[in-house]
Design a protein around this ligand. Sequence first.
Ligand code: DQA
Length: 142
Amino acid sequence: KKVLVLHGPNLNLLGTRQPDIYGHETLEDIDNALYEEAALGGWEITCRQSNHEGELIDLIQAARIDGTVAIIINPAAYTHTSVAILDALTAFDGTVIEVHLSNVHQREAFRHHSYVSLRADGVIAGLGSQGYRIALSAVMSE
Ligand code: DQA
């Protein structure tokens, strides 16, 4: 079985970007742990990061037709702005889990609303990079 992990804009800067909020791990560290966990469970996994809304939408659309059964997505700032990413996820039939490294509800008011949550089957926020690993184990135990 196949799972897609998507990281939105600026998450390529993890490790150096506001480490007090987002931690010291790099995106590569996070993805490597996910590749390991997926392999142990016998799952196929693809992890992608993009700073471009349209590219994230293209990747979600591709997942509709390539046998992907779940998407784990941290849409980053697009969480709070993107009806287009919500619509793309709505057109995807599998499981969707939304992940945020930080507890968005503890931060600025504009981070409290998520378009993506309207579609997400589950939401994890505030657990740092562990949130991705918890999301993956939930997906794999379905
Ligand atoms: C984030 C929270 C968003 O509000 C922010 O724009 C991000 C990262 C998180 O993982 O905590 O870029 O999605």
